[in-house]
Design a protein around this ligand. Structure first.
Ligand code: 2NL
Length: 357
């Protein structure tokens, strides 16, 4: 019996893993193990022998079992120590790069065109998006009966009962900012006014809020030749082309006389727009010589001063420059488009569903 004990305790001490331990358990104290065989021999013994051998076998069985479980937990501890030793994290490593937000294409276009006009001597002015109807319409020689004033086209602010202030509107162009600039600064003046404007229009090519930049230059001898040069310089710089050709078409705006719509020479080769060359023309802006009534509305003497003005849609400029075919890419909550065009502005977590694709 001492042989059995030292044999199995020795094997247990040597066992390298749980499988080896289990094999030892089966061989030693399993149903058909060596201790069980010895137990069966008890029947052949004399009662005296049995009284000694029985408890001794039980004690042996207990001893082997407790050696097995002690060894089992020692093996588990060793395995854990080994994992702790080999599996580790370097908490000082830099984190995975997070995609940063980036500028929206309309903001990008606004910054670029502002820098270009700054080089041409234009300062920048901003103003309120809610205007009274004098700044938005009357000062711009848009009479009370003009269709642009109708609620069909213009968003009017709700007015409480007894509110006697003049009607207020969401500005339909940034011209009111130029009127305010004339009032504040007087002549001579060279200013651009970029910003959001509102019209009650919504379809494939119109959104109720869009962006415009208007320019104004007033001095004692300003002509349409100055307008043409400024616009040429702007178009070349903005679209990054060596040369452009502009075409002025007679038009009408209440706030300019004469008025011209301006096209740039371009080509469309299987969907690819090239600016400055080709046989096509693309309208990009409206312009003209500021109407004397508008100069007077800005507090400047139209007998002494005259000037030019123009208005350009920024959203469309951005679409043309960055190759974005659908206006809705700017304003939809579907982020795939802006990402597609390299603008990841909305990739910030927790905004529009965060980083999900
Ligand atoms: C267009 C037309 C234009 C102006 C805007 C303007 C401003 C003042 C006085 C006179 Cl304060 N004119 N702005 C002039 C001509 C055209 O915009 O179709 N824009 C996309």
């Amino acid at each position: 019996m001492d042989d059995l004990k030292s044999k199995y305790l020795g094997q247990i001490a040597e066992a390298g893993d749980e499988n080896a331990l289990e094999a030892i358990r089966v061989a030693a104290v399993g149903k058909k193990g060596e201790v069980a065989l010895k137990m069966r021999e008890l029947g052949k013994m004399t009662p005296e022998e049995r009284q000694v051998a029985g408890p001794a076998l039980n004690a042996l069985k207990d001893e082997i079992n407790s050696a097995l479980s002690a060894k089992k937990s020692a093996l588990a501890d060793a395995a854990l120590d080994e994992r702790l030793r080999t599996e580790w994290l370097d908490v000082t490593l830099p984190t995975r790069a997070r995609r940063q937000g980036s500028i929206h294409p309309i903001s990008q276009a606004t910054e670029e065109l502002t820098a270009i006009f700054a080089e041409l001597g234009f300062s920048v002015a901003e103003g309120p998006r809610i205007e009274d109807d004098w700044y938005n319409f009357d000062a711009l020689n848009i009479p009370g009966h003009h269709p642009a004033r109708a609620e069909m086209d213009t968003f009017y602010m709700h007015r409480a009962e007894g509110d006697n202030r003049p009607p207020h509107v969401l500005r339909t162009h940034t011209s009111p900012v130029q009127i305010r600039s004339m009032e504040k600064q007087g002549a001579p003046i060279r200013v651009i006014c970029p910003g959001g404007v509102y019209r009650a229009d919504y379809d494939q090519t119109h959104t109720p809020m869009f962006h415009q930049v208007e320019g104004l230059a007033i001095d004692k001898d300003i002509s349409m030749a100055n307008l043409k040069w400024v616009l040429e310089e702007f178009v070349k710089a903005f679209f990054e082309v060596e040369d452009v050709e502009l075409r002025f078409r007679a038009s009408h705006f209440p706030f300019t006389e004469p008025s011209a719509e301006v096209d740039i020479r371009c080509s469309w080769d299987n969907g690819q727009l090239k600016i400055g060359e080709g046989d096509d023309w693309m309208e990009i802006l409206g312009s003209g010589m500021v109407h004397p009534k508008v100069i007077a509305a800005g507090g400047i003497d139209p007998e002494v001063y005259q000037g030019f003005a123009f208005g350009i849609g920024i959203d469309r400029l951005a679409m043309l420059k960055y190759g974005i075919p659908d206006l809705r890419a700017f304003f939809d909550s579907d982020l795939r488009w802006l990402r597609h065009y390299g603008f990841a502005a909305l990739d910030m977590p927790n905004l529009h569903g965060g980083l999900s694709r």
